[in-house]
Design a protein around this ligand. Structure first.
Ligand SMILES: C[S@@+](CC[C@H](N)C(=O)[O-])C[C@H]1O[C@@H](n2cnc3c(N)ncnc32)[C@H](O)[C@@H]1O
Length: 250
């Protein structure tokens, strides 16, 4: 295997998956998605790429009927091991698993939409989402805007983020840019388990489609554009916004 091949270990290695909620706790982005679900009166929701299910569980707690879909067995197992998991429908897979479902809202949160690297796959995701929504249903997802360099402000090897008290003892975390090519960003995430002198590296790739490209793909799939937010405070998108949070309706 080439040293540069993606492995997305952050989602597959149980030692790293066990850290996910510590490194990515419930935050203002999660609260934003909860508010959208409430505001748009979504009774049934698919959380596509639900990961460890932090948001899925919170939405279930707030009274929404939740379906969590996730390709990674390790992430799904973490989601299913949380209290009250039996109140949620869990499905291993991706967008192809939505074909027998009809819901009020589909969420893709924490930049799940950027993992669909190929344009034909991305368009298939949007078509599948459209089919799985009831009339007047909503698709809501976030896309991080590409900066130069990407991921400004993320911890680097020289400036690691330290987590003292994880289940695996102290862990240091940082990112390293590998390359940027045609809006696709390849990067490493390093997890150093200090106590064991062990380091796990996740090689990831994300695509940063532009606002116009995403809008066009949504329209091509049949969606109507509702709102594009630019940040978690609910402000509308501008060319300087760090995020593009799309709300499209059927
Ligand atoms: C950054 S995590 C976000 C997890 C969760 N949505 C959250 O907000 O915490 C990205 C998730 O997308 C999932 N993912 C990656 N490729 C996917 C695909 N093709 N279809 C669905 N989910 C995918 C990963 O397994 C991972 O759980």
């Amino acid at each position: 295997m080439s040293k540069l091949e993606t492995n997305y270990t952050e989602f597959s290695d149980p030692r790293v998956v066990a850290l996910y909620d510590t490194l990515n706790p419930f935050g203002i982005d999660s609260e934003f998605f909860c508010k959208q679900a409430e505001k748009l009166s979504a009774k049934t929701i698919i959380d596509l790429g639900c990961g460890t299910g932090l948001l899925t569980h919170e939405l279930a707690k707030r009274g929404h009927e939740m379906i969590g879909i996730e390709p990674s067995a390790a992430m799904l197992a973490a989601a299913q091991s949380k209290p009250n998991a039996e109140q949620i429908t869990w499905i291993q897979g991706s967008f192809e698993k939505t074909d027998s479902l009809q819901v009020d809202m589909i969420l893709m949160t924490s930049h799940v939409a950027q993992f669909f690297l190929e344009d034909n796959e991305w368009q298939e995701v949007l078509y599948a989402a459209y089919q799985a929504l009831k009339p007047n249903g909503y698709l809501v997802f976030d896309i991080r805007r590409l900066t130069n360099p990407p991921f400004i402000g993320w911890p680097t090897e020289e400036n690691r983020k330290k987590f003292e008290n994880t289940n695996a003892g102290p862990v240091e975390w940082w990112f390293k840019l590998v390359h940027v090519e045609n809006r696709r960003v390849r990067y490493e995430l390093h997890y150093s388990f200090v106590q064991f002198g062990e380091e796990i590296v996740s090689m990831n790739e994300l695509i940063f489609r532009t606002q116009d490209e995403i809008t066009q793909a949504l329209l091509d799939a049949g969606f109507k554009m509702e709102t594009i937010y630019g940040n978690w405070d609910g402000s509308l998108v501008t060319s300087a916004s760090p995020e593009m949070i799309f709300v499209a309706s059927k």
